[in-house]
Design a protein around this ligand. Structure first.
Ligand code: GAL
Length: 658
């Protein structure tokens, strides 16, 4: 059996963060360990994420002494180590001696050293150096008792349009299409005289004329980039696995990041981990967190790891706000409620130099007395208290939201009808409706087995493969309920628009005879529908007479035509209803499908999640609030029993066992 997060947690919740001691004199290390132990729950740190130039100060050299001392120090103090391969930030000598390791953007500009992630995924030289340092790290520390897990690279994200990448792109395309005819057909190169007569003529989508690029080429380049980065990951993973087959391996995702097909990547990981930084000022920050957590849990198919969050402000937004008192704790418990068995931060000690010196740490510039550390200390103790009850616990959802990177990529082409249609926003709007209705929600790929769910929600799947269409049809035929948002089923796997503007089988499913026109809306414009207002998009649909129940548009060009269609258990929503309306619509559809909210009568701003035997209640508001919870429960954080109701303070949390 392959290793899992449980092999690292061993029944606890991992709590800690990225630790970059190479930025500090060794005396500080002693203080770090003292503070970690004092915050009792700190049981894990991630070492070495950006240590390459320290480990290999010149080509082929190795300086492990400092890391030896650290590994020993941490182990002696009972702190486990997630050891990173340092390959996301090559030392300056690499770019200087080997310019072929540097990526190029679409304009042909080199992405130089001086920041980070300046490596070409296709560079044989980069890969050789990355493999060598990984091999030596694994050989040296594979048997070290502090080691609990491997962390490969960091937030893989760099595309490359250079010559070595171009050659790799051609190889990748040959594998995908075998013949040039197949490629020409998939890319629709008859348009604008783009037919290729030789593989050598094919380039990454570099800067062309100022107008639109070939969508097939752009889509395949995104696929290729995701695959090449994945190759870099699996190459390093396989090296560490050879040394430590019993230890789990991860690489950290960015939340809802467009650059990686995270379904595919997750299959290659033992632990799925994510970095999550909702904006403390965003009124929907908690929902953004919930969405990313639901997605990550679904990719992990079980417990997952919050690899990074911030104890206070980040420093990469325009204006960076601290977390108000209690918010760090609240959002950490939210992650645990939604399946995390590891709650970690970037980073342990806030830097005094470097690009992120104003990014918070678990120990901020204010030091031990500062609020950041004091809150971390309290949280660590609380997590330790509940970890035995929660760790490994699973979450059951009756609702599943479908999402697919390939569809996102294809739908994001610059030549679409409305650039206001942005998939993350559409996905967020639909997830928000479910979240506010207290419906526990998984995510899935459109070709996954959906049979365990009562309700499948498709906010938008512009591109649907034939297999995905068949999956949806079989699901509805099997007696379950499906609701789809606009711009779904428009294109096939090659981004070729399906005849009729929507897959014919889906049109039949929803009772659509003809989809005459798409009518995108301007920013801020709304369209009246019977009982609600739609935003962003509308459609001129002629229904199949008598086939479907409909909710019509009112007034304007589309007056009387269906905004919403329902045929049996299949629903189609051709606009984006305003938030309250979408929530009402989805709650009604869910109730009809037999899906119950986590708790009835929850006050606004309180989130409820069941994980295993536990009920988590989270107050996202700043006012004290009382929640009705029929029966007697044990409050794990308060250590008392509560009957029928529980009161949550500002940003308060209760973890109840019935
Ligand atoms: C992450 C990254 C960390 C740090 C952090 C700052 O994207 O992995 O190294 O930069 O953001 O928020």
């Amino acid at each position: 059996m392959k290793p899992a997060l449980a092999d690292a947690t061993r029944g606890r919740i991992l709590f800690g963060g990225d630790y970059n001691p190479e930025q500090w004199p060794e005396e500080t290390w002693q203080d770090d360990v003292r503070l970690m132990k004092q915050a009792r729950g700190v049981n894990s740190v991630t070492l070495g994420v950006f240590s390459w130039s320290r480990l290999e100060p010149e080509p082929g050299a190795r300086e492990f002494g400092w890391l030896d001392r650290l590994m020993d120090l941490l182990h002696d103090n009972g702190i486990g180590v997630v050891l990173a391969t340092p390959t996301s930030s090559p030392p300056p000598w690499m770019g200087r001696l080997h310019p072929d390791t540097l990526p190029r953007d679409a304009d042909g500009h080199i992405e130089w050293w001086g920041g980070r992630q300046h490596f070409s995924h296709s560079s044989a030289t980069y890969r050789r150096y990355a493999a060598a340092i990984t091999e030596d790290l694994a050989a040296r520390y594979g048997t070290h008792p502090a080691l609990t897990m491997w962390h490969i690279n960091n937030e893989y994200c760099t595309a490359d349009h250079g010559d070595e990448a171009a050659a790799a792109f051609r190889r990748w395309l040959r594998q995908r299409y075998t013949t040039l005819d197949a490629l020409n057909s998939a890319w629709g190169t008859a348009f604008w005289s783009q037919g290729y007569d030789t593989w050598d003529g094919i380039l990454p989508p570099r800067r062309a004329h100022h107008y639109l690029k070939n969508p097939g080429q752009v889509l395949d380049f995104r696929r290729f980039t995701s695959d090449m980065l994945l190759e870099c990951y699996t190459a390093e993973r396989d090296i560490v696995r050879r040394h430590t087959p019993h230890l789990p391996v991860t690489t950290n995702f960015m939340p809802l990041w467009i650059g990686q097909d995270a379904w595919r990547w997750a299959r290659e990981e033992d632990v799925v981990s994510v970095d999550l930084y909702p904006d403390p000022r965003d009124p929907l920050g908690a929902q953004h967190g919930a969405l990313v957590q639901d997605l990550t849990r679904s990719q992990a198919r079980g417990p997952w790891m919050l690899m990074e969050q911030a104890a206070g402000p980040v420093n990469w937004r325009g204006v960076n706000h601290p977390k108000p008192r209690g918010l760090n704790r609240l959002w950490s418990f939210q992650a645990v409620a939604r399946g995390a068995d590891a709650v970690c931060y970037f980073q342990w000690r806030q830097s005094r130099q470097g690009a992120e010196k104003f990014h918070s740490g678990m120990v901020g510039h204010a030091g031990e007395q500062g609020r950041a550390y004091q809150e971390v200390r309290q949280l660590g103790a609380e997590l330790e208290r509940i970890s035995g009850d929660v760790s490994g616990g699973r979450i059951d959802a009756d609702v599943v939201v479908l999402h697919d990177w390939h569809s996102w990529w294809a739908g994001a082409h610059e030549g679409r009808l409305s650039t206001l249609v942005d998939l993350p926003e559409v996905l967020t709007a639909w997830h928000r409706a479910l979240w506010e209705a207290h419906l526990t929600t998984d995510f899935a790929h459109p070709e996954h087995d959906l049979s365990g769910y009562r309700l499948v929600v498709v906010p938008q799947l512009y591109l649907l493969t034939d297999a995905a269409v068949a999956n949806l049809l079989a699901y509805v035929r099997g007696g379950s309920t499906l609701v789809c948002g606009f711009l779904t089923g428009v294109a096939d796997e090659d981004d070729r628009v399906r005849t009729g503007g929507m897959d014919a089988r889906l049109r039949e499913l929803f009772g659509i005879r003809t989809l005459h026109e798409w009518w995108p809306l301007e920013a801020g414009e709304t369209v009246a529908c019977e009982g609600f207002r739609g935003t962003l998009w509308s459609e001129e649909i002629e229904p199949e007479p008598g086939a479907a129940e409909t909710v019509p548009y009112r007034g304007g060009e589309l007056d009387g035509l269906p905004a919403v269609l329902r045929r049996g258990r299949a629903w189609y929503v051709s606009t984006l209803p305003e938030p309250d309306a979408l929530r009402t619509l989805l709650s009604g559809i869910a109730a009809g499908a037999g899906v119950r909210p986590v708790l009835d009568g929850l006050p606004a701003g309180v989130e409820a999640v069941r994980r295993g035997e536990l009920l988590f209640l989270l107050n996202h508001g700043r006012e004290q609030i009382t929640v009705q919870v029929p029966g007697t429960h044990h409050d794990l954080l308060g250590g008392t029993d509560v009957t029928d109701e529980v009161t949550l303070g500002r940003h308060g949390v209760a973890v109840l066992r019935s």
